[in-house]
Design a protein around this ligand. Sequence first.
Ligand code: NAD
Ligand code: MG
Length: 394
Amino acid sequence: MRRISIFGATGSIGQSTIDLIRRDKDQYDVVALTGGANMAQLAADAVEFNAEVAVTAFDDKLPELRDALRNSGVEAASGTRALEEAASRPVDWLMSAIVGAAGLKPGLIALEQGATLALANKESLVTAGPLLMQAAQQHGAKIIPVDSEHSAVFQALNGEDISTVERVILTASGGAFRDWTLEQMAQATAKQAMQHPNWSMGARITIDSASMFNKALEVLEAKEFFDLKPEQVEVLVHPESLVHALVGFCDGGMMAHVGAPDMRHAIGYALNWPKRRPLPVPMLDLATQGQLSFYAPNLTNYPALRLAQSVMKRGGLSGAVFNAAKERALDHFMAGRIGFCDMSANVEAVLEGITGSSSLIDAEVTLDNVQHIDRIARESVDARVFNSDAQQKV
Ligand code: NAD
Ligand code: MG
């Protein structure tokens, strides 16, 4: 039996992970399941898999969780400390699928206990790449990427020498507004941004796909995980979402990873690694598909991609600033306080402000420094949004 934990179990990735382990229940000993607001789901899964502990991130949800777990034998807990304690319980494999920077510390703790970390939480590598990679190395732990593009690159690199890689190309579906003009996007609502053409995902990453902030984060994630130079990471729009990434080698050859847009492939690959096992994903019929198309992204419509380039070049803690500013701008967009295009304008202004004025940007990438600069970035976005003078400048 493999001991496993799922962080962010109630979300889109978490539920797909549960779908996979449910098919081979006798092989897994579930230690911890965590969630945010959906206590009914969290409790039902914890009871079904007889988990040791179920943790909600939010203290005000604990009474509801306790109620739902009464007489089940599953421990109930809440809050940041409880999440960290759950991450320290020994496991062979831990799924990191909390959304946002809140996923960083539990993942780090899992690496420190030597667990294999299935990493869906891209924010971990964007904000603290060197910290994560060092922790894995120091503790003999392995990180297996779960983001579909990074899983694709990881698979394309099987048996290859990373020093022979010329570049990595991440594909982007183009999200909900692929064919929209900038003027149309400026008027877009959160509801419209939540309509993804190809993938079914959590609300936040779906909106990030429409703005291409998701792809921008993935560019940074790829640089950190595969130790690439900024000029080695490219993005191509690929509306069919069947080729997830391509790796170009120094001899002109390219390896493309092709598969249905179903996250259970990347999750299952990370779960079964280093083996491949059958997965409940659709097998592609390329003859019916007919054609695959690719084109370069429009950087005017998607400033997030341009910002990712400057963050890659700037390095240091600029990834933590970029991510935190993006998370907070997204909160404000979802709350109807700013427009769709104001998200990138705010992120750019805050990024420029902090990288230009704070020496902290070049401080060592430690958890404390990441969390400190994360707070500064969020406060800077708030100051811009809530201050009308500042808003006019956006
Ligand atoms: P989701 O919103 O569906 O689920 C997020 C999970 O995190 C839920 O369990 C939620 O309760 C929990 N959560 C939310 N806020 C929290 C907090 N402050 N503290 C602790 N837990 C909290 O998100 P998702 O789409 O499953 O994405 C999860 C992560 O995986 C994200 O980092 C996302 O970028 C990444 N990812 C998702 C997909 C996808 O297809 N959904 C693909 C690639 C990468
Ligand atoms: Mg992805």
